[in-house]
Design a protein around this ligand. Structure first.
Ligand SMILES: CC(C)(COP(=O)(O)OP(=O)(O)OC[C@H]1O[C@@H](n2cnc3c(N)ncnc32)[C@H](O)[C@@H]1OP(=O)(O)O)[C@@H](O)C(=O)NCCC(=O)NCCS
Length: 216
């Protein structure tokens, strides 16, 4: 996860008014179509996902974990895990799952933060190494853009390592532009303008956006 995301989360949490509780968040679930015709479920992380989420991170390759966290970590540190398990305010963690043998398996995740003052939406994401390169990151990114528009974001962005070709290729294909990060030469920022008034293909997020606006 990009360091910038931490900063934005703290800022947005300060700006955030009422928190949406896990009960509210669990109502929101997206089922999205994948390139191979299968479907993937996107839902908010909940407290009882802790062990499965850590297993997912431990199962990522060393390179993927480094790209995701910008540091050599084996799993989420306890403080980060705690934050990840409790979405609310303007800071959210979601899981991407596939059904395998009747069981939901985590195959990806994303964290995002929305700052209502700047209308900026920051995110980081990862996909299971065994499933990378199949268009799943593209679908997850598109869903994140829906969430951003529904929250009223005018800009969506992320920070990644200059060496992370996959993330930059994904962002380039999705129409993002790139800028150097003067604060950290290792990083590049990918960014895209959004039209907050545009119709989003994920209608469920309109309701979430309205709830967020009401809560803040
Ligand atoms: C970055 C990441 C999320 C991309 O997810 P993904 O599911 O593999 O991405 P997609 O399959 O949708 O690929 C999108 C495009 O990126 C390009 N791409 C994907 N992997 C690539 C690679 N390793 N090298 C170069 N280009 C690549 C392809 O052009 C692809 O388009 P195409 O399918 O039309 O050819 C995934 O590689 C990942 O989880 N990496 C580890 C964690 C990470 O780096 N997170 C980003 C930090 S914010």
């Amino acid at each position: 996860m990009a360091n910038g995301l931490h900063q934005t989360m703290h800022q947005t949490l300060r700006h955030g008014g009422g928190l949406l509780g896990p009960g509210d968040l669990s109502q929101h679930l997206d089922i999205v179509r994948l390139r191979d015709g299968g479907s993937m479920t996107l839902r908010f992380v909940e407290s009882d996902d802790a062990a499965a989420l850590q297993d997912y991170f431990r199962g990522l390759s060393v390179a993927s974990r480094y790209n995701r966290f910008l540091a050599a970590v084996g799993e989420l540190p306890p403080g980060e895990l705690e934050k990840t398990l409790h979405s609310g305010g303007n800071f959210f963690s979601i899981l991407a799952t596939l059904k395998s043998g009747g069981v939901d398996t985590i195959i990806g995740e994303a964290r995002y933060a929305f700052d209502p003052v700047t209308a900026h939406f920051e995110f980081g994401l990862s996909i299971d190494d065994h499933l990378q390169g199949r268009g799943i990151g593209t679908v997850l990114l598109s869903n994140l853009q829906c969430r951003a528009v529904a929250l009223g974001a005018s800009t969506i962005f992320g920070d990644t390592l200059r060496s992370n070709e996959a993330m930059q290729a994904l962002a380039r294909k999705a129409g993002y532009s790139f800028a150097a990060m003067p604060s950290d030469w290792r990083l590049v920022r990918f960014e895209k303008s959004l039209d907050p008034t545009a119709e989003t293909p994920c209608a469920g997020w309109r309701a979430h956006g309205r709830e967020m606006a009401a809560a803040n």
